[in-house]
Design a binder for this molecule. Structure first.
Ligand SMILES: [Zn+2]
Ligand SMILES: [Zn+2]
Ligand SMILES: [Zn+2]
Length: 830
């Protein structure tokens, strides 16, 4: 190539080769290139290879320039180009031959497999406008076909068994193409050229409705002739108040009519889920305007090809509610937000449309699982496990290879804040600032995801869930093996959390033993901080300009000295902050003043216990009128003895528990049934548009070793005094959020004053507490006003669903230190 490069081109004719890297396979890239090159009269070829797509074009200089402009400026909608290498080659023909009537033509070469593994695997893509138009067009052969897809849309990650991505390596391999589909598949001018999951009513998968336990044999019920008959039968059943299990793209959903309070209550009681918010699906963004407020940015997120669940503020004005048919309050009780999504699968669009003349305004769509087990993907297993919960099954026979829950996102401070990165996003590659050895990072315990890395790419898995459940732990293991195989990764080490009790750490130990590589245990909050730095690099593609402070706030994380922390601030140097250098230099510099949790884990489920412990520590009397004292009832004296004598207590610095305690003091939640419930209700109360923040002060004390401790006792005393004086809880909730934002600014100031030349320029926010959009917005506003550059998560979640990415960076840094004889072995090579 280098020799070719030196050859001067013939005047007027140009030959160029482009190597395009990024997400360029499985997204209609080659047919797009074919159409573009053919339209411009260029000769040449395009082929997939292990690192992306290689294109060679030859023709008139102006046509080649136009080709390059389009390649850089307007690639296919689902493609994500990371970089393009260009070389100029000697043309094979003279200027006289060039032009639109050239005989050589442009061809699509067969996929070319190289050693070294792929760098990209497409995520599932929601139905495109063209496919949706077809399924609603009575003259189209795919009219009301629930599996319509094309090169721009359709299932990908969930149906791919192996690479290269070809129909034979997907779960569609058992569906031979009919002549019409085969023609579309082979025609480069067709939008279904090489669309691997292509299907039609003649040759594709089918849907059937299985109502009642006697029909639970898992085979198509003869009563329903076509897929559409089955969908109509399911709609009729939903209208009558049934709960159905519906097989989707990445697994089953439990579905009921969201506008029917009795159906929602029935679903809650059968799923033993009294208050956890349920997501709803509507046919279009306009359909949620009746019950949720929607900004232009939120609408773009809802309609994006990733089709996540978007958390939207509920509309509280009665007029709007009366005009539409809003989802029952029971869908998301007692909180200010509701999760909404649009159809990510043509089947879902058909369930919602008004084909029978009556619209279906909104359906509840929640993960089809029992308790927190992984989402069901197999027909027979779903019938066995979900049978007792549902009244019927809407099934199909397109096998799901990888379970993949819906993603959940919201907007905070004008940016996307991911809460769960799964369908539509996983496993798109994330660019890393630095190269390093192959690694597998196994993540945490709740909201588990894992991450694999090779060179300057990392791939986060889909959301696996709570791996204290054996079935979820097996899913995590299968996911690890699948991703290692797909990307041909040979880990030089396995990274895991430092917590000795995490089952994921046991799984990491098993992998390390099997592969004969070290296990690297990474401190929890450092992993959060490193994940944020990697996220920032992936978003900005440049390192931090100077020193940064990172606030990591969550429920709990295990520390090297055996203590449990839940609020840690780190300083890190600028320059190469996303690389191993800076992340290995994360210096702890501040935390909340510690407090006791009586009964340890019991405090998580019963925020009143945390509230009483906080009041006790702050010297505030347990006034019988305070809601947590009332909730404690006869248990109060026992708890007091426990706290006085420090019996069966755990010491913590948890910001998550501080939020829980304040929520209980303000009378919001004394006991909870899902993680983050109390904090979510506090955010909802504080987001009341009528709230005028009532802000109380806190203290900052220097500790030995140049670190700082934030005293929250005065803050709590102020809140309780105001509450007794009749100040509205919403004003106190808003003031508490502001005070926590100001704590971050105060720590940045204290750290800057104490260390010569180490004043932070940027301040990052990570940890599960920052799922709170109001807190993110308050912190951004306060930090900006104090001239810091705030940054938060935009690609991986701030919660434990993001830590595997941080474990990759810190694992590589630990591996580098262990290989350097002068290095100090800090925290963790097993
Ligand atoms: Zn399409
Ligand atoms: Zn067909
Ligand atoms: Zn955490």
């Amino acid at each position: 190539m280098a020799a070719d490069d030196q050859t001067p081109p013939f005047a007027g004719v140009l030959c160029r080769r482009f190597r395009v890297c990024g997400v360029v396979q499985g997204v209609g890239f080659r047919p797009w290139v074919w159409r573009l090159a053919t339209g411009l009269g260029l000769d040449g070829w395009v082929e997939n290879d292990s690192s992306g797509v290689t294109i060679q074009v030859e023709g008139e200089e102006a046509a080649v320039a136009a080709f390059e402009r389009a390649l850089r400026g307007s690639p296919p909608p689902q493609a994500r180009i990371e970089w393009i290498d260009v070389v100029t080659l000697a043309p094979r023909r003279s200027a006289a031959d060039a032009g639109p009537r050239s005989a050589a033509g442009f061809t699509i070469l067969d996929s070319h497999r190289q050693a070294g593994g792929a760098t990209s695997l497409p995520a599932d893509i929601a139905p495109c406008a063209a496919c949706l138009a077809e399924i609603h067009d009575p003259s189209n052969r795919r009219h009301r076909h629930p599996f319509a897809n094309c090169t721009d849309c359709g299932p990908r990650f969930t149906v791919i068994r192996a690479l290269p991505y070809d129909r034979a390596t997907t779960t569609l391999a058992t569906f031979p193409l009919c002549p019409d589909c085969a023609r579309e598949y082979a025609d480069p001018a067709d939008r279904r050229f090489h669309a691997q999951p292509i299907a039609c009513p003649a040759c594709g998968p089918v849907v059937w409705f299985d109502a009642g336990p006697e029909a639970h044999a898992g085979r198509p019920a003869p009563a329903y002739g076509s897929s559409d008959d089955a969908i109509r039968a399911a709609r009729a059943s939903l209208r009558s108040g049934s709960i159905l299990a519906v097989k989707g793209v990445g697994g089953f959903h439990l579905v009921c009519d969201a506008t029917n309070p009795a159906a929602v209550a029935l679903l809650r009681s059968r799923k033993h889920r009294p208050s956890k918010p349920l997501a709803v699906i509507v046919a279009s963004a306009a359909d949620c305007a009746a019950f949720a407020s929607l900004s232009a940015a939120e609408r773009r997120l809802l309609e994006s090809p990733e089709r996540p669940i978007v958390l939207l503020a509920k509309r509280e004005d009665g007029a709007a509610l009366a005009a539409g048919a809003p989802p029952a309050e029971a869908v998301a009780p007692g909180i200010a937000h509701v999760g909404v999504m649009l159809p990510a699968f043509p089947l879902h669009a058909l369930l919602l449309d008004a084909a029978d003349g009556r619209p279906m305004p909104a359906l509840v769509m929640t993960s089809g699982n029992v308790a927190d087990a992984p989402i069901e993907i197999d027909n027979a297993a779903a019938i066995a496990h979900l049978g007792p919960i549902v009244d019927g099954f809407l099934l199909h026979d397109r096998p799901i290879h990888v379970p993949c829950d819906d993603s959940v996102v919201r907007l905070a401070a004008g940016h996307l804040l991911p809460l769960r990165r799964s369908r539509g996003y996983a496993p798109l590659p994330l660019p890393l600032a630095d190269d390093g050895p192959d690694l597998l990072a196994i993540g945490g315990e709740l909201k588990a995801t894992l991450c694999v890395a090779r060179g300057r790419h990392a791939w986060m898995s889909q959301h696996v869930g709570d791996v204290t459940i054996p079935a979820a732990l097996s899913t995590l293991e299968r996911t690890a093996r699948h991703l290692l195989a797909l990307f041909a990764i040979r880990p030089a080490a396995i990274a895991a959390d430092l917590h000795p009790g995490y089952l994921s750490t046991e799984l990491a130990r098993k992998f390390a033993a099997e592969l004969g590589v070290p296990l690297l245990q990474i401190q929890h909050h450092q992993a959060h901080a490193a994940a944020l730095l990697a996220d920032r690099y992936a978003t900005h593609r440049e390192p931090l300009a100077g020193p940064a402070l990172i606030a990591a706030f969550d429920g709990s994380g295990f520390c090297a000295d055996g203590s449990i922390a839940g609020s840690e601030f780190f300083m890190c140097a600028g320059g190469d902050a996303a690389g191993g250098g800076a992340v290995s230099g994360l210096q702890p510099c501040a935390r909340l003043a510690p407090f006791l949790l009586p009964g340890g884990e019991a405090c998580i489920r019963h925020p009143w216990r945390t509230a009483l412990a906080l009041l006790h520590a702050a010297g505030i009397p347990w006034d019988a009128a305070l809601p947590p004292v009332q909730a404690a009832g006869l248990a109060a004296p026992i708890l007091r003895r426990q706290l006085d004598r420090r019996l069966a207590t755990v010491i913590t610095t948890s910001m998550g528990r501080l939020f829980d305690g304040v929520a209980a003091i303000l009378g919001l939640r004394q006991s909870i049934d899902h993680e983050g419930e109390a904090a979510m209700s506090l955010e909802g109360l504080a987001s009341d548009p009528l709230a005028s923040p009532r802000i109380h002060s806190f203290t900052i004390h220097p500790l030995a070793g140049g670190t700082f401790c934030i005293g929250w006792e005065a803050l709590l005393r102020g809140i309780v005094a105001d509450l007794r004086a009749g100040v509205a809880p919403r004003d106190l909730a808003a003031g508490f959020h502001r005070a926590v934002a100001e704590m971050i600014v105060a720590v940045a100031g204290a750290v800057g004053d104490s260390q010569e030349g180490e004043r932070p320029l940027a301040v990052g926010l990570t940890g599960g507490v920052f799922q709170n959009a109001l807190l993110v917005e308050e912190a951004f506003a306060c930090l900006t006003a104090a001239s810091y550059e705030p940054f938060g998560h935009r690609i991986v979640p701030p919660n434990d669903g993001g830590i595997a990415l941080g474990q990759i960076l810190l694992g590589r840094a630990a591996l580098a230190r262990s290989r350097c004889p002068q290095a100090v072995k800090a925290g963790g090579i097993d």
